[in-house]
Design a protein around this ligand. Structure first.
Ligand code: C5P
Length: 225
């Protein structure tokens, strides 16, 4: 590979959780740290790409040389992703909440002894990976999704690649004891159009570098349509 094999390429990375408000002080969220997505954004910059990182709420500093757009909710993430298009490469590492609260209260919900607890109605959030993967003039050349699986990692990831319509899936085993969620290391299986690559347990920064190198190789040897 050359020194900056992704020079002139534009990349979009999503990272972190989303927070879905219940009322002005409460939200539904998840335990995504954003580490893996931030590391991927940094690794793509090192290879010469111009990178926009759309990040949910995390306690990580902006990676050097990356254009960071900070959002809270899934709907805000979708809007920021659309605004970042067109790009050549999209990597969806964010743990977007599957649902948001329908009818967010403008006032703090009050606890009252004489009233039943509130019931939250949830509605689906947009699937940003599926939106990016849909055919159209703005579809990135390469769309990469993640799959956090606890069972049958490879079978489920292959199915997810088809269902979402993305080009590659990075599948992680997040079953109990792996310490992948929030932990320093990650073990990935990369599902591409050519098959399955099983990668060793790696620090998240090394996994990010490996994925960025793999993306660069894909752009040096473009797949014929
Ligand atoms: O099956 P699941 O929807 O969890 O697939 C995970 C993949 O989809 C990840 O790449 C994640 O970033 C992406 N995703 C998304 N928007 C959603 C849900 C998942 O981009 N609303």
């Amino acid at each position: 590979l050359g020194w900056e094999p992704l020079a002139g390429r534009r990349a979009l990375v999503t990272a972190g959780p989303t927070h879905e408000p219940v009322d002005p002080v409460r939200y539904l969220g998840n335990r995504s740290s954003g580490l893996q997505g931030y590391a991927i954004a940094a690794a793509l910059v090192v290879l010469g790409a111009r990178v926009t990182l759309v990040s949910g709420p995390v306690s990580l500093a902006d990676p050097a040389g990356v254009n960071v757009v900070r959002v809270e909710t899934g709907l805000e993430m979708e809007r920021a992703v659309r605004a970042a298009l067109p790009v050549d490469i999209a990597v969806c590492a964010a743990a977007v909440a599957d649902w948001r609260v329908d009818g967010i209260s403008g006032r703090k919900l009050k606890k009252r002894a004489d009233m039943a607890p509130p019931v939250l109605t949830l509605v689906p959030n947009p699937d940003i990976l599926a939106i990016l993967s849909a055919p159209g003039p703005e579809r990135p050349t390469l769309v990469v999704g993640f799959a956090a699986e606890t069972d049958d990692v490879e079978v489920n990831a292959v199915a997810k690649r088809t269902r979402k319509g993305c080009d590659w899936i990075v599948a992680n085993d997040v079953s109990a004891g792996t310490n992948v969620m929030g932990g320093p290391d990650n073990r990935a299986v990369l599902i591409t159009e050519d098959g399955i690559e099983r990668w060793p347990l790696l620090p998240k920064a090394d996994l990010a570098r490996r994925l960025a190198q793999r993306i660069a190789a894909r752009f040096e040897a473009p797949v014929m349509a």
